[in-house]
Design a protein around this ligand. Structure first.
Ligand code: SF4
Length: 217
């Protein structure tokens, strides 16, 4: 008798981009295997594969129930309790999308330091993106907070290059070397077009590990 596959529970990501001309653009995105990229949440609502939409898209655990994975193997389908798996094997079986947080903050290159500071909140960094939301650099919170930085200067003037980027179905284990290379590396998570979906940091991996170890976070 064949096993009945479960629908995929797809996290809703909120991407906030500060625009060069002022204001922000907020988009709710869902990683969509059918389209090969990220679908705007509204498209899921009209899609025949959608089984359930989130009541509150801004909720940290908001997700879409999607039939896209019916019949396909899932990351947790080994039959073994995850707690019994070796950590490296577990990191090999865990896609990045299961580790990243739902919010990502970005801004166009000519947004000012002052405007970026106002948006930052508790974020560790702000991604600098082009007009198609493709990551081009990163500015850390510590840089934004520095008294040496001119508030009216552009983000481009203080942005650091990125170590690369990964798709959200990349196995976590394949990101570890990049995250460990340098002080607080930030890896953008992108769709097939290279547009920003989320961001992965070493802190996200530690948080994921702590949860696997049973800590309440
Ligand atoms: S419900 Fe449709 S549009 Fe949304 S993720 Fe699934 S296949 Fe893509």
């Amino acid at each position: 008798m064949s096993a009945v596959a479960s629908p995929a529970r797809l996290p809703v990501r909120r991407r906030t981009v500060a625009l060069a001309g002022g204001g922000v653009e907020v988009r709710h995105l869902v990683p969509c295997a059918a389209s090969g990229g990220a679908s705007p949440l509204a498209e899921c609502g009209t899609c025949a594969r959608c089984l359930a939409m989130p009541a509150a898209p801004d909720d940290a655990v908001a997700e879409v129930l999607c039939r896209r994975d019916l019949g396909e193997p899932r990351a947790s389908s080994s039959g073994l309790p995850r707690v019994q798996l070796d950590l490296v094997e577990l990191a090999l079986r865990t896609p990045v999308r299961d580790v990243v947080r739902p919010d990502v903050l970005a801004a166009h290159a000519d947004v000012s330091i002052r405007a970026a500071r106002a948006l930052l909140g508790g974020a560790e960094a702000i991604l600098v993106v082009d007009a198609e939301a493709r990551p081009r650099g990163v500015v850390r919170a510590s840089t934004l907070a520095s008294a040496d930085v001119e508030p009216e200067a552009s983000l481009a003037s203080v942005a650091m290059p990125l170590a690369g980027s990964v798709r959200d179905d990349t196995a976590l284990v394949h990101t570890l070397a990049a995250l460990g290379d340098g002080d607080g590396a930030v890896l953008p998570v992108v769709d097939d077009d290279g547009a920003l979906l989320a961001v992965l940091t070493a802190a996200d991996v530690v948080r994921w590990l702590a949860k696997r170890a049973g800590y309440e976070l």
